[in-house]
Design a protein around this ligand. Structure first.
Ligand code: NAD
Length: 240
């Protein structure tokens, strides 16, 4: 599977992983597209918006409460674990679109969360923020200041946290290998990260059972799931 790069592997010193919902699919967390993208007949992509939240905060909170419960119970899979173990052999940075915290739970030390975290909440108006690992009795929940609380995630149409974005670009400009795993690369602006890496002459590998918008830009495409493919990728480093 990774045979074409066996000889090159010793040259890769800094690796940036760009991950998306697909890497957590084998931990039992549904993705947003395909057959997984429905919750009680609602389209996940339409629920993850600020408009949906203000139209029906109770419904959006119900969805997030259910997802958070599932995520807290989930465990990292062989894909997450392989990325964590790779830190023994190379400099590794994970830039993730996921909000599930599974890279951190697996033990990865440098994780940049582009889309925030389902394990955090913030006030829609004041500066209040909190980590949240339990259920709310109140739905929708309100802040002490009287305004609605929301999950600290980036919804479709919202800007990314600029400090996390800048930090991601810095690492991408320095990497010599980018591995893009479990993302459809249709969500902007995360989908331009491979272009930055390519401009910088990094080698690009895609791990995804399906074609993506950018498959043709990749130097190597692995058509397999991340829990199958990434441990094999790790073994190349162990052998070198
Ligand atoms: P996406 O749903 O658009 O695409 C998922 C991709 O993963 C697809 O290309 C699919 O072919 C691939 N895939 C499915 N199973 C896989 C597997 N086992 N191994 C490897 N690849 C697999 O997800 P996206 O690109 O991350 O973008 C959607 C948005 O949804 C992001 O903003 C993300 O934050 C959010 N989201 C996050 C989670 C999570 O935190 N786990 C879950 C759902 C959605």
């Amino acid at each position: 599977m990774f045979e074409p790069i066996r000889e090159q592997i010793k040259d890769f010193r800094k690796i940036v992983f760009v991950t998306g919902a697909g890497i957590s699919q084998e931990s039992g967390i549904p993705t947003f597209r395909g057959k997984d993208g429905l919750w009680r007949n609602y389209d996940a992509m339409q629920l993850a918006t600020i408009d949906a939240f203000y139209q029906n905060p109770k419904l959006v909170w119900e969805w997030y409460n259910e997802r958070r419960k599932n995520i807290i119970a989930a465990e990292p899979n062989f894909g997450h674990i392989a990325i964590t173990e790779l830190e023994k052999y190379a400099e590794v940075v994970v830039v993730t679109q996921n909000i599930d915290g599974l890279h951190q739970k697996s033990g990865s030390s440098r994780v940049l969360e582009l889309h925030g975290s389902i394990l955090k909440i913030k006030c829609t108006v004041c500066d209040f923020r909190e980590e949240i690992l339990t259920e709310f009795s109140e739905n929708p929940p309100y802040c002490k200041c009287g305004n609605l609380l929301r999950p600290e995630v980036v919804w479709f149409g919202e800007p990314l946290p600029q400090d996390v974005w800048q930090e991601s670009i810095k690492h991408i400009n320095q990497c010599d290998l980018m591995v893009i795993a479990g993302t459809s690369l249709v969500v902007s602006p995360a989908n331009i990260l491979p272009i930055y890496a390519k401009q910088n002459k990094a080698f690009l590998i895609e791990v995804n059972p399906k074609d993506t918008e950018m498959s043709s830009e990749m130097d190597l495409v692995i058509r397999d799931t991340s829990a199958n493919a990434l441990p094999k990728f790790l073994s190349l480093f162990k052998e070198k």
